[in-house]
Design a protein around this ligand. Structure first.
Ligand code: FPP
Length: 249
């Protein structure tokens, strides 16, 4: 039997009543984008911020409820020091320069990941952006910073064991909900759609628990080239999927 994936047609329009509530994005391909242009890798990250600007604007205009962006993983510290430093500066710069526009768009910023590793300006700027956008009721922009799915689950297990030792939980009665409610994403719905750019088809330690029933969408487009039209194409593809969550229809 031939197996084929139904591709959305360019003229097919998005059903605004069936939008994914939460879209997670692995913004991959910045380095390759720069290498193709004989530029330093950092130029790819810089251009990647332009893509973030456009996708946040597009998502806001479409009334998407929530996006989680994988900006810095627990493994990204292994990169050369100058690249790590550049990414930190880029984040600070983005939050400083963009905050007014984000407020205008009613975007509410949150983060997931272990922020304890960030200090000084980086930590201050993140906390400031969260506080300044806290009352906005538009798109929830959740930024994954020093985030790793295994790290998150390890922290949950440590927490549960501590509570068990202190007699606050009974080991035998630990439920999926006890785990879910201790994740960094406790207050957030699981993503309906995951987009990964640059042709790589893996999860890379992103939202390991939360992606259990998420629809996965991979595109060859490199993150710095990712635009509103690509984002809409991913949503159209999502709308052609049949989600069964392990059931029948
Ligand atoms: C992956 O591309 C991208 C990252 C590790 C960083 C993503 C960060 C940004 C787009 C900008 C900073 C974030 C904010 C919120 C301002 P890669 O470097 O792994 O690319 P490659 O696989 O082609 O080498």
């Amino acid at each position: 039997m031939a197996i084929f994936k139904k591709k959305s047609r360019p003229d097919e329009s998005i059903d605004m009543k069936r939008l994914p509530h939460h879209i997670a994005i692995i913004m991959d391909g910045n380095g390759r984008w720069a290498e193709q242009r004989h530029l330093p890798r950092t130029a790819g990250h810089q251009q990647g911020v332009e893509a973030i600007r456009e996708i946040v604007k597009t998502a806001s205009e479409m009334n998407i409820e929530m996006m989680t962006l994988y900006a810095f993983s627990t493994e990204n510290w292994k990169r050369p020091e100058n690249e790590v430093q550049f990414l930190m500066n880029l984040l600070v710069d983005y939050l400083r320069k963009e905050i007014e526009e984000l407020n205008r768009q009613k975007v509410c910023i949150s983060t997931i990941g272990d922020l304890s590793r960030f200090h000084g300006t980086v930590r201050d700027e993140i906390e400031m952006a969260i506080a300044k956008t806290a009352s906005n009721n538009g798109l929830k922009m959740n930024i994954a910073l020093n985030y790793g799915g295994r790290n998150e689950l390890t922290r949950v297990i440590k927490q549960l064991m501590k509570e068990a030792v202190e007699g606050q939980v009974q080991t035998e009665s630990i439920s999926e909900d006890d785990i879910r409610s201790r994740l960094d994403t406790a207050a957030m719905p699981d993503p309906d759609l995951l987009i990964r750019t640059s042709g790589e088809q893996r999860i890379s330690n992103f939202l390991l628990w939360q992606l259990a029933y998420t629809e996965l969408y991979f595109t060859d487009t490199l993150w710095p080239d990712f635009r509103g039209e690509h984002f809409k194409e991913a949503i159209k593809d999502y709308q052609n999927r049949k989600r069964r969550f392990g059931g029948l229809t």
